[in-house]
Write a protein that binds this ligand. Structure first.
Ligand code: PLP
Ligand code: COI
Length: 367
């Protein structure tokens, strides 16, 4: 059932960054280094009657958050987040891609981390309100967008371990180009065998900060090996491939199959992943969500059966995987690694997002 979103008040900054500063950022946005002038905020509190409620929805100047040092998020990591992008179309309008899916996933994450659910209409309204205040920050360059980062933190000052009764929801925004920097090129991935990202009954399926903190030791190993991302396996299930630190993974087979690990409770339900599966099926590829092991990847490349591999996610869009480095040798993708199927799906997805390819699935929402 649709309910009306909370009404946001706008408290705009009197001293936003200058147009010159903003233009300098937009000329080379990078990823995650620069933030817009405002933030959207909604507060949650459990009252004396035990009922929780959201209120005080507002857009305010971007800046540091004052928080009690005992705030639960600082000790027990009660936090969740989302990531999606706002795209500038040729006529100047700004659109988001399947934001209702992010809103739903946010609430799935909230339930797992014992945080309150945020009404989906208010989630989408918060994006709209922030983009309205900061619309000059939406880039229009090739492959660029305004990355939106909604998140929820437990702000109650209390050191007992229980779900916080005071919580804050916020959205920040950051102009974004290629996540991996520079022009798009195939990336090298490191296979983590020392660390797993998630396990049975854990939080792998939730988008919570702790999963990313837990991935960093493996990510450091990857970087020491000259790689950009780390691949995690399920060591209790024949070394089945799960996902990368911040992206899902796909394999293109010579015979027209597109294979991605099945959602098993440990893997993030990627919205790019589900969109890629739909676009691939539309083009006549045979999409399989199933168990795929590291041995199958190695043998499939050796026999010529697997012709392409790619990573996908909001930040990564679709990025070809050039090679997987492992302690026991490298699995190199054939050719340069930027395969034909990978690049065709990438172009179609980006085309829909940026308004140059027809949105046949109704995935865009105007902000
Ligand atoms: N897997 C992980 C661990 C992620 O952090 C992300 C990024 O959000 C994804 C997969 C891809 O999800 P989505 O396509 O919804 O951005
Ligand atoms: C995203 O793609 O939105 C993520 O959260 C992944 C992270 C690598 C930035």
């Amino acid at each position: 059932t649709q309910t009306a979103p909370l009404a946001f008040t706008q408290h705009l900054t009197v001293n936003p960054k200058s147009a010159a500063e903003r233009d300098a950022v937009l000329a080379n946005p990078g990823f995650g280094d620069h933030f817009t002038d405002h933030t959207a905020v909604v507060d949650y509190k459990v009252g004396a009657d035990g009922q929780g409620g959201w209120g005080n929805a507002r857009v305010e100047p971007y800046g540091p958050i004052a928080m009690d040092p005992a705030a639960a998020v600082l000790h027990y990591g009660q936090e969740i987040f989302e990531g999606l992008k706002a795209y500038r179309h040729a006529d100047g309008s700004v659109w988001s891609f399947r934001p209702e899916a992010n809103a739903a996933r946010f609430n799935t994450s909230a339930r797992r981390l014992a945080l309150p659910e945020l009404p989906e209409e208010t989630f989408i309204e918060s994006l709209r309100q922030l983009v309205a205040a900061d619309q000059d920050w939406v880039p229009s360059g090739d492959g660029e967008a305004l990355y939106l980062r909604p998140f929820m933190i437990a702000t109650e000052a209390f050191l007992g371990v229980r779900p916080a009764r005071e919580v804050s929801y916020r959205v920040i925004a950051s102009p974004a180009g290629n996540y991996f920097g520079g022009e798009l090129q195939p990336v090298s991935i490191w296979l983590s065998t020392a660390y797993a990202r998630a396990g049975e009954g854990g939080t792998g399926e939730a988008k919570c900060g702790g999963n990313y903190a837990a991935s960093l030791a493996a990510q450091m190993e990857a970087e020491a090996q000259g790689c950009k991302q780390v691949l995690f396996l399920d060591p209790f299930n024949d070394n089945a491939i799960e996902e990368l630190g911040g992206m899902n993974i796909f394999f293109v087979f010579k015979d027209g199959r597109l294979v991605t690990p099945a959602l098993n409770g440990h893997i993030l339900h990627g919205i790019t992943r589900s969109s890629v599966m739909q676009l691939a099926a539309d083009r006549g590829l045979k999409v399989q969500e199933r168990k795929i092991t590291i041995d199958e990847w190695r043998e499939g490349v050796a026999s010529g059966e697997i012709t392409e591999a790619f990573a996908c996610g909001t930040a990564a869009v679709i990025t070809p995987i050039g090679e997987l480095k492992t302690a026991e040798g490298t699995i190199a993708s054939p050719g340069s690694g930027a395969g034909e199927v990978t690049m065709a799906i990438r172009e179609q997805l980006l085309g829909i997002q940026t308004g140059v390819v027809e949105d046949l699935h109704g995935w865009l929402t105007r902000l």
